[in-house]
Design a protein around this ligand. Structure first.
Ligand SMILES: Cc1ncc(COP(=O)(O)O)c(C=O)c1O
Length: 317
């Protein structure tokens, strides 16, 4: 069976496992794990911020960011199929008391005008809201925000007094595809999440980066959400290995995805090769469940990108 459901199907390589086994460790909760500390230092630098926090998952990183940057009753403005709105079990409402303001988007992107229109409807006395951007954008098929488009939305958010969180679970895919350093995207936003268990190949692990003061508050969130660990250097070693060895090679994943998209399009499937910017291939079908079963019967498991579109990511290995 070939598993093409998700880029999370990556497994640690022998070299990554060797790095994990050799990790120097300490008590992460006490900030005494040297490998975690080194990871946080490196990640902050790469993401254009002065601090970063290691967390077990990107979902936890996103939820902590929302909690730190908002107050209950605020609006959360995001594209309507953003991970934070669709796949995090209602976390923004449950944990932070936020009101979701989903915006229709194109390729996962929305415009300053759309943000203005929502902000104009905010009631007097309502706490200032937050804009969440996702780059690359999962449900649109790994589409990349051009830096200038992202900057325009961020500038409008700032003008309106809104915070900005970047769900950059796949920010290194965006960076490799666009040639824009991750730090350029990251430093525009108050906080940025990165996930290491996708194309970067780690078994688990995420980072939340931001200004020192914000990350100090995020430490409280780490305890609140149960994400404060002990000898986490074993995981941080895998993440450091990924920073050193697995970023540049994301370009190979993108090239394979593009080749797969072209092949599927040539075979007559409803695929847009030009929309295959990173490591997802979206295949439009009439009946998602039936199509998945038919493909499974032929020995390949695929996922769902959004209703009516199959997800066929291209991953290494
Ligand atoms: C855009 C995006 N954000 C966040 C996450 C959450 O990642 P994790 O599984 O590490 O919680 C995912 C996972 O699929 C994702 O695609």
């Amino acid at each position: 069976m070939i598993d093409l459901r998700s880029d999370t199907a990556t497994k640690p390589t022998p070299e990554m496992l060797t790095a994990m086994a050799a990790a120097e460790v300490g008590d992460e909760q006490l900030r005494e794990d040297p490998t975690v500390n080194e990871l946080q230092r490196r990640a902050a630098e790469l993401l254009g911020h002065d601090a970063a926090l290691f967390l077990p998952t990107a979902t936890m990183a996103n939820q902590i960011a929302l909690k730190v940057l908002t107050r209950p009753g605020a609006d959360l403005i995001a594209e309507d199929r953003t991970h934070i709105l669709v796949y995090e079990a209602g976390g923004p409402a449950v944990h932070s008391g936020l009101m979701s303001r989903p915006l229709p988007g194109i390729a996962g992107r929305f415009t300053p005008e759309q943000v203005r229109a929502i902000a104009a409807g905010a009631d007097i006395g309502q706490p200032p809201g937050i804009v969440v951007l996702e780059n690359t954008h999962r449900s649109s098929g790994g589409r990349v925000w051009p830096l200038e488009d992202l900057r325009a939305v961020v500038e409008t958010a700032r003008e309106l007094g809104l915070s900005v969180h970047l769900d950059g679970a796949r920010i290194f895919n965006a960076s490799v595809a666009s040639g824009v350093p991750a730090a350029e995207y990251g430093r525009l936003c108050d906080t940025v999440t990165v996930c290491f268990s996708k194309g970067l190949g780690c078994p688990t692990g995420a980072i939340l980066a931001g200004p020192s003061e914000t990350i100090e508050q995020a430490w409280t969130g780490k305890f609140l959400f149960g994400g404060a660990l002990r000898q986490a250097g074993v995981i941080a070693a895998a993440m450091l290995y990924a920073l050193d060895h697995n970023i540049d090679r994301l370009a190979d994943d993108h090239a394979r995805a593009r080749r797969l998209a072209k092949g599927l399009a040539e075979a007559g499937l409803a695929v847009e090769p030009d929309a295959t910017e990173t490591n997802f291939v979206g295949v439009a079908v009439d009946e998602t469940a039936a199509a998945r079963q038919k493909i499974r019967d032929a020995g390949v498991i695929v996922g769902t990108l959004r209703p009516g579109v199959l997800r066929v990511p291209r991953i290494s290995g």
